[in-house]
Each structure stands twice: as structure tokens, then as C-alpha cells.
Design a protein around this ligand. Structure first.
Ligand SMILES: [Zn+2]
Length: 446
């Protein structure tokens, strides 16, 4: 069908109408327009493709509208349109201009050639957490997203907020998608590529792992030497590389598809900068999990892994703010900031017997490091700040954990003397101190 011209009015099923303002973009399933509804701008996705079962597809969107979004990170369908010229569409909120699409993030520049980068590594990890958490909430509603790829979410690079669009394919987990999507090459789980399964919560988790791998390593998890060896990609070979015989580029038991120096430099440079537990999560997702979807890393496990990464990957220089990576630091030599040359002793560690399903979990207690409810309240809230490591103004060698939780904590000094730590009080950081937070507890080690 021809595109709608500006000024065209399309009725909405509830009441009122959407008036076309302009075309915003075109995808596999349809055209996205900017429209006005009751004097406010929105986006309209209008289907131009043949839907596998349009009646069921429409009914599923209607159900999703009725049930509302799993959380505020989704640009959820708001209204359905009436049918026009044998098709229909739905209305959703527009992306705000503060959000950047994933291809621009991966290219480190946008369509106009402007440089694109996260404000900090911490914000990049927070964006990953927000994305993972959004899918966790969606899956907990019994839904699957079905088509996660680089085109259907955007990130605010300053705050780490994410917004996910294209929620029209969201389907109760286990149901066949009536719109007929299977996914995008490179993001699809191998069992979809081979036709052995249809999209589900399990295959969403594969696509999610691909997005995370691309975010952190700026490369595709399956494109290594085997991919480079091909003079041209044939359908048969593509089925092999992404479906029947996928090999993770860092599979510890199969070196056949390692990244190629000079071609896959991002992966080669970035992979060793991350701690083993983070690498192992991807190995589980893409080596073992590729063959067995049941052991694939879940959204909930990714959330825990990312919290741990944020805790342990780096600290910020209290003097100039620069991120100092901790992975490669010799503990006995202490920390030296590469930006301003300030020197600090290696931070003492807050250790837990077990936290976030990890035995002997630790958080380096360096000035500026934050504790969240997941560290102090025995829940999985990674965004509510409940504590922060602070430096004594008069004596910068004295550090403490400031209680920002609103609850009274308890500490026991190495000599056995116990003390209450009221809100806004601080626990002096010293070896042998034990701490009882609101719902968890730990001790401070060397
Ligand atoms: Zn510095």
C-alpha cells in the first residue's frame, strides 16, 4: 500500500483518531509514523506486511494494551487503530531524543557522524542492568518478547535508562507468535535458526546474551575465524554457523572460531579486560547454553552477574573521578590513578559468606563506592542506594561506610565491642570489623 500522507486521519478503536504528521521509519513489518492524538504527539506503527494470523495478532496486542506494560521501560502499545485498506496499526509513545539507538552505540557514532559514548563504564553497566531487568519483568508476567535485536531498544547514555519498543510481538510464553516473526539473524537462538523451536522466554535469553556481548565486547559472539574463512556467505553455511554448528568465539573447549587479529580487534582487546566470572557467564550462555537452552543464562542470573561486575570492575579516583580498573591491579602495590597520579592503598573488602548466589562475595570499599539494597537488605534491588564509602574530611586515610539506608545497622569491632550505626552514621573501615545491615551481614577483610 502507499504511505499515508500528512493530515490523513485514522480512527482509534476506543475513541478519537490519530492524524499523520510524518514518516519516522520503515521496518520489516511496517511503517512508523509520528501522529497526533488529542493534541499530543505519538508514534503509530502501521502493518504493511502480511501477518501470519492477523486476527490473533490484533487480539494479542489488545490484551497487552489491557494488561499494561511489565514496567516503565517499555514503549507499550496504548491504542489500536480501526482497520483501513485491509490493515491496522497501534499507537505508542515516541522515543525521547535523549535516547540513542544500539547501532549508533556499537559504531561509536550516530547517523550524522557525531561521536557516541556512555558517560562512564558505570552507566554502561547500569544500562545493561536496566535492559536485563526489563526482560526479567516481562518474563515474570508470563510473556516472551520474541524478536529482541539491535533495532528495538534505545539507551540514555547519560543516565543508563533504557526504552524498549516493538512490543507488538510480545506473546504469552509458549504461544506461537501470530505476527510470524522469528527474529533477526545474529540475534536468533540456534534452535530457531534450525526450525526446532519457536521464539520463547528461553530464546529471548539467547538474544539478550547477544546484546550484552555486543555491548561489552563490541563484536558478535559467533563471528570468528570460521566466519572469516568464507569467501561468501551461503544459506547452507549461515545455517551451520548460526544454527546447526554454532561455536562461541571464546569457547574454552573449541578454538576453531577464535577472533581473528586485525579483523576482530574489539573482541581481542576487550575480552581480557573483564573478570573471569563475567567471561564464564558468556561461556555458559554461548558454549554450553547454545546446545542446551535449559542451562542458558537467565535474565535473573544476568542481573546478578552485572551487579557483581559493577561492584568489582573498577573504582573512581576520589581526586579526579577517573575510572581505575581493578582487574589487573597488584594488591600489594596499591592503586595509582592514571589521570592525576594520586596514590591510594588497595581497598579493604566487604565480604559476605554468600550474596547474589555467589559464595565469598566481596565489594571493594573504596571512596565513592555505593552499596545498594541488594547488598544490605537481602533483596535484588540494584538501584536504591543504601550506603556509600566516604573519606574523612580531616584525615583522608580514614574511610567509612556511610549508612544511607534509613535503618539502624550494627557493627562489632575486632575487640568485640558492638555499636549501633544510626542513619547517616558511618562504619569505620578496618580489618576485622563485622557488620549487620538491615537484611544481610558481612565482615571487612584485608
Ligand atoms: Zn585521579
Amino acid at each position: 500500500m502507499a504511505e499515508f500522507t500528512p493530515g490523513t486521519k485514522i480512527g482509534l478503536t476506543d475513541s478519537g483518531h490519530a492524524e499523520i504528521v510524518k514518516t519516522l521509519g520503515q521496518g520489516g513489518q511496517g511503517i512508523v509514523y509520528e501522529v497526533m492524538v488529542s493534541g499530543k504527539p505519538y508514534a503509530l506503527k502501521w502493518y504493511t506486511c502480511k501477518l501470519k494470523d492477523a486476527k490473533t495478532f490484533r487480539a494479542t496486542i489488545q490484551d497487552n494494551i489491557k494488561n499494561g506494560p511489565p514496567c516503565d521501560k517499555f514503549l507499550w502499545p496504548l491504542y489500536l487503530t480501526e482497520e483501513k485498506a485491509g490493515s491496522f496499526g497501534y499507537i505508542m509513545d515516541l522515543f525521547s531524543s535523549d535516547y540513542t539507538d544500539f547501532p549508533a552505540i556499537l559504531n561509536a557514532k550516530d547517523k550524522n557522524g557525531n561521536r557516541v559514548s556512555f558517560k562512564s563504564t558505570e552507566i554502561m553497566i547500569l544500562a545493561a542492568l536496566n535492559l536485563v531487568n526489563a526482560f526479567r519483568e516481562l518474563h515474570r508476567q508470563g510473556l516472551s518478547y520474541q524478536d529482541l535485536n539491535d533495532g528495538n531498544f534505545r539507551i540514555n547514555l547519560k543516565t543508563g535508562d533504557v526504552l524498549i519498543c516493538d512490543n507488538d510481538n510480545v506473546t504469552p510464553d509458549g504461544d506461537m507468535n501470530s505476527g510470524g516473526v522469528g527474529g533477526k539473524p545474529g540475534y536468533m537462538a540456534p534452535e530457531i535458526v534450525t526450525g526446532k523451536a519457536h521464539p520463547s522466554e528461553r530464546t529471548d535469553c539467547h538474544s539478550l546474551a547477544v546484546v550484552l556481548f555486543k555491548l561489552f565486547f563490541r563484536h558478535s559472539p559467533l563471528q570468528g575465524a570460521e566466519y572469516e574463512r568464507l569467501p561468501c556467505m551461503t544459506e547452507k553455511k549461515e545455517l551451520e554457523l548460526f544454527g546447526t554448528k554454532p561455536v562461541f568465539i571464546y569457547d574454552p573447549d573449541d578454538e576453531s572460531n577464535r577472533p581473528v587479529a586485525g579483523v576482530h580487534n574489539n573482541a581481542i582487546k576487550l575480552w581480557p579486560l573483564f573478570p573471569p566470572f563475567f567471561q564464564e557467564a558468556f561461556i555458559r550462555a554461548f558454549a554450553q547454553g547454545m546446545k542446551n537452552p535449559q542451562i542458558r543464562e537467565t535474565d535473573n542470573e544476568w542481573q546478578k552477574v552485572l551487579v557483581r561486575l559493577r561492584d568489582t570492575l573498577f573504582v573512581n579516583c576520589p581526586s579526579c573521578g577517573r575510572e581505575i580498573p581493578l582487574t589487573k591491579i597488584d594488591k600489594t602495590a596499591g592503586i595509582k590513578c592514571g589521570g592525576c597520579n594520586s596514590a591510594y592503598s588497595y581497598p579493604r573488602l566487604l565480604t559476605y559468606a554468600s550474596l547474589l548466589n555467589v559464595k565469598d562475595y566481596y565489594v571493594p570499599l573504596f571512596p565513592g563506592k555505593k552499596l545498594y539494597a541488594c547488598h544490605t537488605n537481602s533483596n535484588d534491588d540494584y538501584s536504591a542506594i543504601t550506603g556509600e564509602v566516604v573519606m574523612n574530611k580531616n584525615n583522608p586515610t580514614l574511610w567509612g561506610i556511610k549508612n544511607l539506608s534509613g535503618d539502624t545497622w550494627k557493627m562489632t569491632a575486632p575487640d568485640g565491642v558492638a555499636k549501633d550505626i544510626p542513619p547517616n552514621g558511618a562504619i569505620p573501615i578496618g580489618a576485622g570489623v563485622t557488620v549487620q545491615f538491615t537484611g544481610t551481614g558481612g565482615s571487612i577483610a584485608e
